[in-house]
Design a binder for this molecule. Structure first.
Ligand SMILES: Cc1cc2nc3c(=O)[nH]c(=O)nc-3n(C[C@H](O)[C@H](O)[C@H](O)COP(=O)(O)OP(=O)(O)OC[C@H]3O[C@@H](n4cnc5c(N)ncnc54)[C@H](O)[C@@H]3O)c2cc1C
Length: 397
């Protein structure tokens, strides 16, 4: 492929998180002259992320062994009414990773493929196919006319705004601290449900080691975030930490998330699991696709954005859309009904199936499986009358 020169890279990737780093690496390895910019000066600096991933996702991300901090084999579910139960199976089901280290490793992989990485630089404005990028530290401004732009600039994407693309339909507000904490078991994640702690979603304790954990929660009700966090800390007998991170989690795949030569990926495109808030699983698939489509576009593929959209929707997007319905259940049901629904997971057949097949990337098949059992189905229908119940049943049948 012809090098079009610094001011006209073939591909401009905006954002150096995991989505941008992987898309840039794939684009450059396909021969495209690729420039990646990020407004941060330190691209390995602390990210608000629980860093919990399935083994499958970790393998696809191509993370290094040194970035794995802990192995998880089960979960303690705390219901809104105060009871709790465990689900587990022999063997590792998920990994806790050093998310900052992952970023550094992915960017170094991208650089090795020839990607030019320019920190402290943001996308600033757009005029037709041209964009202006500028240094966030000084006054330097540059006009670029790349063939393809990959918007990997996170949940509040500027690429999305500049190209009039749709936003994900919903935001969750999240808060998390990494703290000294002795988990009840260092290979069990704990999740907490209930309107007092995490209305509309859940809270978590992710053990990083035997004496440290990531403690956090997410909720659509941003005004309640700090209050809920202190309740969670009270519940776990923790003092409010001096240092914590807040962030947003975008949910709901928008219809119009790409433009002629603009592909959005990762949080910028709402590529997040509505049931868990996990973005790394979709990114492990879609970021590679975005990089490959950029290369195909340079080789003459017509309408690359439609091609990319159709492909990512069929590989993972349709599943995310269906899961949004499961997410809505969390938001709409009362604490008492949610406690009943969660108790269904204790059914011996279901808990065995969860142990053998369930993984954090694929909760929809679990819901389908549960709906096959007549007594479980009856309980679900009793807990979810009305429109949401019948929509869910139509989907699960
Ligand atoms: C509290 C919390 C816990 C989470 N826990 C998990 C978990 O356990 N497992 C999981 O899979 N997912 C988790 N997630 C979600 C996951 O962290 C995200 O889905 C993932 O980080 C998104 O990656 P990304 O590359 O799309 O965006 P980001 O990692 O947000 O990267 C976007 C980059 O774009 C840059 N940028 C933004 N605007 C501009 C601009 N105008 N110009 C240039 N650069 C720009 C930013 O500086 C940033 O570096 C969690 C999220 C939160 C908030």
């Amino acid at each position: 492929m012809v090098n079009r020169g610094r001011s006209n890279p073939d591909v401009l990737v905006v954002g150096g998180g995991p989505a941008g780093a992987i898309a840039a690496e794939v684009s450059a390895s396909g021969g495209a002259d690729t420039l990646l910019i990020d407004k941060k000066s330190d691209l390995g600096s602390s990210s608000a992320c629980g860093g919990l991933v399935s083994l499958e996702t970790w393998n696809r991300l191509g993370g290094k062994e040194e970035a794995v901090l802990n192995e998880i084999s089960g979960v303690v579910v705390h219901t809104p009414t105060g009871s709790h139960f465990e689900l587990s199976a022999p063997g590792t089901k998920a990994l806790v990773i050093d998310r900052d280290r992952l970023n550094v490793d992915l960017l170094s992989g991208a650089k090795n493929e020839g990607v030019v990485v320019q920190p402290s630089t943001e996308i600033y404005s757009r005029e037709g196919p041209k964009v202006k990028i500028k240094s966030v530290e000084g006054s330097g401004m540059e006009t670029l006319e790349p063939c393809i732009i990959i918007g990997a600039d996170g949940p509040q994407s500027d690429v999305r705004r500049l190209f009039d693309l749709d936003s994900p339909s919903k935001l969750l507000y999240a808060i998390q601290a990494e703290k000294k904490y002795e988990p009840r078991s260092s290979d069990f994640v704990e999740v907490f449900f209930g309107k007092d702690i995490a209305p509309g979603f859940f809270a978590w304790i992710i053990p990083v080691s035997e004496e440290k954990a990531r403690i956090g929660l997410a909720t659509p009700q941003g005004d309640k975030l700090k209050k809920c966090f202190s309740r969670l800390l009270d519940k776990t007998s923790q003092k409010t930490p001096d240092k914590f991170h807040t962030g947003v989690i975008p949910l709901g795949v928008p219809d119009h998330s790409c433009d002629e030569a603009v592909l959005t990926v990762g949080d910028a495109a709402g590529q997040v699991k509505p049931t868990t808030g996990g973005g790394l699983y979709p990114i492990s698939i879609t970021s590679k696709l975005a990089g490959r489509v950029a290369v195909k576009a340079l080789a003459g593929l017509e309408n690359p954005s439609q091609y990319y959209y159709d492909e990512w929707m069929s590989e993972v997007g349709d599943e995310l859309r269906r899961e949004l319905l499961l997410h809505k259940v969390l938001e709409r049901v009362s604490d008492r009904k949610l406690a009943k629904l969660l108790q269904l997971l204790k059914n011996p057949k279901i808990s065995r199936w969860v142990g053998e097949n369930g993984d954090i990337d694929h909760l929809y098949p679990l819901a389908k499986r549960m709906a096959k059992n007549p007594s479980i189905l009856a309980t679900i229908l009793r807990a979810l009358p009305g429109e949401i119940g019948s929509k869910l049943m139509d989907e699960l049948r």
